[in-house]
Design a protein around this ligand. Structure first.
Ligand code: SF4
Length: 378
């Protein structure tokens, strides 16, 4: 990237050096699963004068997705996102209120009709006509329909906006749904998570700005570069899973040693997300639920987070480990572990047999758990 290009936006990024900015562009390239050579192109796109107008609406939610975006710190990221996009309306960040805020929304829509990016955070109550979420005297469901019809593109940020999330958990008293249910004829890009990882939104917007098109999406309209893999496949505890080393209770020896959290209810084996590689919270490396000893809740996977009980074991989709995993060192005298059985069987082309062994071991584990509960009761 030329210095002149960076100088053009330097005033917008106080405290950010050209080196910091290029590091950010490289990180965005990595987040989009693109080669690092693409980072000058990303830098060029982000320093171009045109800023896409963004209107950000809030429904039934906790504002956690906005908060996690504001708390990113790769260098002064709020400057990058809020100065490189034109955030024309955001209810919880608006300095105006009441009539003034409403006027700014309508002005933003009129000035950018058919061009603005609509970001929706939060679920949409639909029961009783949608009266359980009202803004400026109108039901949120009606606002989404009106603004959605006038948007150029639509992003549902967070699990609430994607399918209803926690607000739609049974018994879902307010009839909450996701944006796709209210705007069935529109393409709604889905970035689930509770909250969604801010870099997933940033990298999606950066992709759009760089290539002037949307990234490849899966059947649920999630960007493939974020959601195509199970987080279990890249989890730092996966070698323990493959070697059959599990924590059985919070605080037991296996838990203290950092073993796999499968039996504590980890939903990593059925959750498509990049938490295990991107991590979370800008709180230093190694910060995501599994890294700090709590099983994955599956917040980014519809039908898992807010639907399956937290501590229930999940089915396992991929029995054999990915070829990219670190080698497994099985301790002597431990017998054949489920993972090593899976590996051996996989080599012999008999993964189904390995699956059976694994299932048997899981069953065996459940039996031991049941026995343990009975012992405790006795
Ligand atoms: Fe990691 Fe959970 Fe998979 Fe264990 S079950 S390897 S803790 S994602």
């Amino acid at each position: 990237m030329k210095s002149a290009d960076f100088n053009r936006i330097r005033h917008r990024l106080p405290g950010v050096t050209r080196r910091d900015f290029m590091k950010f562009c490289s990180a965005m390239a990595a987040a989009m699963a693109l080669p690092v050579e693409i980072s000058p192109k990303i830098a060029h796109a982000l320093t171009s004068p045109g800023r896409p107008p963004v209107i950000w609406l809030h429904g039934s939610e906790c504002t956690g997705c906005s908060m996690s975006l504001l708390r990113t710190d790769h260098p002064s990221i709020e400057n990058l996102i809020f100065d490189l996009i034109s955030l024309d309306y955001h209810e919880t960040l608006e300095s105006g209120a009441g009539k003034q805020a409403e006027e700014s929304l309508h002005r933003a829509i009129e000035e950018n009709y058919g061009k603005f990016v609509l970001v929706i955070e939060g679920a949409i109550p639909t029961k009783d006509g949608g009266i359980y979420c009202r803004i400026a005297g109108r039901n949120f469901v009606d606002i989404v329909k009106e603004v959605g019809e006038k948007a150029g593109s639509i992003i549902a940020i967070g699990s609430c906006a994607v399918w209803g999330g926690v607000a739609a958990a049974k018994p879902n008293p307010t009839g909450c749904v996701g944006v796709r249910d209210v705007l069935p004829d529109k393409q709604v890009i889905a970035i689930p998570g509770c909250p969604s990882n801010p870099y997933n939104l940033l990298s999606t917007i950066t992709y759009y700005l760089t290539f002037n098109k949307l990234p490849a999406l899966d059947r649920q309209n999630r960007p493939k570069f974020i959601f195509s893999r199970l987080l279990h496949d890249h989890c730092e505890r996966r070698p323990h899973f493959d070697a059959g080393r599990f924590a059985r209770q919070f605080g037991d020896e296996g838990h203290r040693k950092g073993y796999c959290l499968y039996y504590l209810g980890c939903k990593g084996p059925i959750t498509h997300a990049n938490c295990s590689t991107l991590q979370f919270g800008d709180a230093g490396s190694g910060c995501w639920p599994v890294a700090i000893g709590h099983p994955c809740f599956g917040c980014a996977e519809e039908g898992v987070g807010f639907a399956m009980p937290q501590f229930t074991t999940s089915p396992v989709m991929n029995v054999t480990p990915a070829a990219t995993h670190a080698p497994i060192n099985v301790e002597r005298g431990q017998g054949v572990s489920p993972g090593s059985a899976a590996l051996l069987a996989g080599v012999a082309g008999a993964a189904i047999g390995a699956g059976a062994v694994f299932t048997a071991k899981i069953g065996d584990g459940k039996q031991k758990e049941k026995q343990g509960h009975e012992d405790q009761k006795a």
